[in-house]
Design a protein around this ligand. Structure first.
Ligand SMILES: *Cc1c(COP(=O)(O)O)cnc(C)c1O
Length: 368
């Protein structure tokens, strides 16, 4: 059996007629940039997600940058982010001129450790980026309270957590704005780069929209200098086709995670990912911690099972942040976990038979 880490083909074939028709329409109507399909997506997404505004942008990195830029974050400011994430959650801070301040992850839930925040806050701190890694929402009540108490902006990086929930409330709706990526492999994926910003603040939405459209809401009326960050018509049309399926696909991911839990639970050499109480983990990734991780990874590969590591190096330990002069011991959890974490194949189309095969293969690795 061959089991890819992500399988975008099976999903495409399940909705091929709709997708092909949607893409053909964009081309025959030459609705390449802006226009009906993009407008429809913004309206559909805000309706399905239950928010007042959705501003479509080119990708989930721009969305973070635009949010911070429009909050007025600039040189001399500090923004707190998490040590284990994709680099977008820190490079966009630097892009505004501000300095990223990293905190370690929670040892159980792999997201930003809320108990470390107070110590990381200084007079220069302007915002906290809560990255809901793997599809697991951060401990939002504590983070929210702290932000309110100290008058900090709360920004949520929801690139891995479409439709995740904390106490019944959706990721991206806790602070001033939520940032989404629709990179093809994300839970809701386009067929190229795409992203969006959601916010319940109408004025803030218009600011973000203006900045992302060269500083102009009306053609040739540039109120400010902005950037060019647009979702294109083809991506919007693909997302419009996929949106009605997303809640079912999310259910399927959650079901697959529970099947992994069931078939992997008796292997003492691995630790399974716990779900934060009262929350809905949407399992963008199913991440275990494993003894002899590198040898297990190679063994699984030799048996046809593709896995991945999210992420192999904690952000502050990357060459890009050498100037911060951080040591491994500064982020003990992120740094020690980077040699044991392993992301198993995870997508809605994964079958129980495949999960049983993966579990059997992991068991046989540890028996040998
Ligand atoms: C994917 C991702 C992003 C960036 O999204 P792009 O659309 O690829 O720019 C940001 N943050 C996190 C946590 C991600 O996983």
């Amino acid at each position: 059996m061959y089991i890819p880490f992500v399988d975008l083909k099976t999903q495409y074939h399940s909705i091929k007629d709709e997708i092909d028709k949607a893409i053909t329409s964009v081309i025959s109507e030459t609705a390449f940039i802006g226009g009906k399909y993009v407008e429809d997506f913004e309206n559909n997404f805000k309706e399905v997600y239950g928010v007042r505004n959705c501003v479509s942008v080119a990708n989930g990195t721009d969305s973070l940058y635009i949010i911070m830029k429009m909050l007025g974050i600039k040189q001399g400011d500090e923004v707190i982010t998490v040590a284990n994430s994709w680099i977008s959650s820190s490079e966009t801070i630097s892009l505004t001129g501000a300095s990223p301040v990293f905190v370690d992850i929670d040892p159980n839930y792999y997201s930003l450790n809320e108990n470390l925040l107070r110590n990381a806050i200084t007079k220069k701190t302007k915002a906290i980026i809560a990255v809901h890694l793997h599809g697991q929402v951060c401990e939002m009540s504590k983070i929210n309270e702290l932000c309110k108490e100290l008058n900090l902006f709360l920004i949520e990086d929801c690139a891995q957590s479409h439709f995740s929930e904390y106490h019944g409330q959706r990721a991206g709706t806790f602070g001033i704005a939520g940032s989404f990526s629709f990179y093809p492999g994300k839970n809701l994926g386009a067929y190229g780069d795409a992203g969006c910003i959601i916010t319940n603040d109408d004025e803030f939405a218009e600011k973000c929209r203006m900045f992302a459209r060269h500083g102009a809401l009306k053609k040739h009326r540039h109120e400010i200098e902005g950037i060019n960050s647009r979702m294109d018509g083809i991506q919007a049309a693909v997302l419009n086709v996929k949106l009605p399926y997303i809640l079912n696909w999310t259910k399927q991911r959650i079901k697959n995670a529970s099947l992994y839990d069931k078939y992997l639970k008796d292997i003492p050499e691995i630790i399974l990912p716990p779900v934060r109480p009262n929350s809905k983990h949407t399992f963008h990734l199913y991440v275990i911690r494993a003894q002899n991780r590198d040898r297990l990874l190679d063994y699984l590969k030799s048996e046809g099972i593709e896995t991945a590591i999210h992420y192999p190096t904690a952000l502050p330990n990357l060459p890009a942040y050498k100037y911060l002069d951080k040591q491994d011991g500064d982020f003990p959890i992120s740094t020690s976990y980077q040699s044991t974490i392993l992301s198993l194949p995870m997508y809605p189309e994964l079958t129980e038979e495949m999960i049983i095969f993966i579990a059997k293969t992991i068991k046989s690795f540890y028996k040998d």
